[in-house]
Design a protein around this ligand. Sequence first.
Ligand SMILES: NC(=O)c1ccc[n+]([C@@H]2O[C@H](COP(=O)([O-])OP(=O)(O)OC[C@H]3O[C@@H](n4cnc5c(N)ncnc54)[C@H](OP(=O)(O)O)[C@@H]3O)[C@@H](O)[C@H]2O)c1
Length: 334
Amino acid sequence: MKYKRVVAVKIGGPQVLQIQDFELREPSRDEFRIKIQAVPVCLPDVQARYGLSPYPPRIPFTPGYAVIGVIDAVGDGERRSTFRAGDRVAALTVIGGYSEYIFLKKNQLIPVPSGIDAADAAVLILNYMVAYQVLHRSARVTSGSSLLIIGASGGIGTALLQLGKLAGLKMYGLASKSKHAILEEYGAAPIDYHTQDFVEVLRQLEPGGIDVVADGMGGDYYNRGLSVLGKGGVLVEYGNPLGFSHLLRLLGKTLTTNLRFNGKTVKLYGTSFSVFNRRPFLEDWEILFSLLAAGKIKPVIEHRYAILDAPEANARLESGRVTGNLVLLSPEIL
Ligand SMILES: NC(=O)c1ccc[n+]([C@@H]2O[C@H](COP(=O)([O-])OP(=O)(O)OC[C@H]3O[C@@H](n4cnc5c(N)ncnc54)[C@H](OP(=O)(O)O)[C@@H]3O)[C@@H](O)[C@H]2O)c1
């Protein structure tokens, strides 16, 4: 039997994504075969396809940073595992998700509670995790803290808006004018970065400075974000560095900033930290699933596509017109 994957056959735009057939093999001893139900489409997928990543995947590769699916076959060495055929699981795969099936190891699997919508779960596993940890692990926000979100209308941005509202934060967000309604819906004051200088705006509105800046865009937002922080303020940089030299420069700049001891701190955030310590991630996914089940958060999903329509979904994300998230779904779920 064959299955299909969406493969980036060279570096470039969405047109380099091609659908290819692969033999559906049995899982090896320590593997689980997962039938994929949902995959978020996110900016790191696009960045990886353009080769803009500290460790770009080798071409050809299948993009797809996270998956939700059902275990449909278990390797011989995992027959006594807590995960069994039929279980619903998730994983942060970084690549490989744009596919009908994926093969994963036990230490990659995350249990998914039953009854949760697959598309919501896919957004939660990646974008809400980043947003939650930026706020509660990196910045350690408290009710009443002020927050500036750079990139507030996107996948992680809208998760920051919802979680920020839930945490009782006073929020400002940078977004294109056409997307301001979503910021206002969650109580954030929108700033149109195309026509307004946010540093000037915030100097007027928050003369004592902002407590937390969450920056997913990088570049000169690093220095400008630092400049609007008040004493004791934290800038959390969660945007992926766009190359290895970019990563080194970011590390150097962060070390220098933090050694100035001027009352402002920069923290770097990446889901890759889960490789070193998975426990906080498992704890936070559990919290996020409970918030979702209780109706306290609800991912903003602009459009749902079939998994094999990933090229179209990527083109839409790259157009810059998306508010919130795009999700790929298997035909049974769509
Ligand atoms: N650290 C990690 O582990 C991790 C994981 C996932 C993602 N990321 C990073 O997080 C960032 C956001 O990812 P995402 O998937 O949420 O992206 P997304 O959904 O595409 O959202 C990006 C948002 O940025 C806004 N934007 C674009 N150019 C801008 C600019 N010059 N100034 C201010 N805002 C701008 C866009 O909206 P407007 O039209 O309103 O400007 C868009 O809503 C990316 O850099 C990605 O690499 C990091």
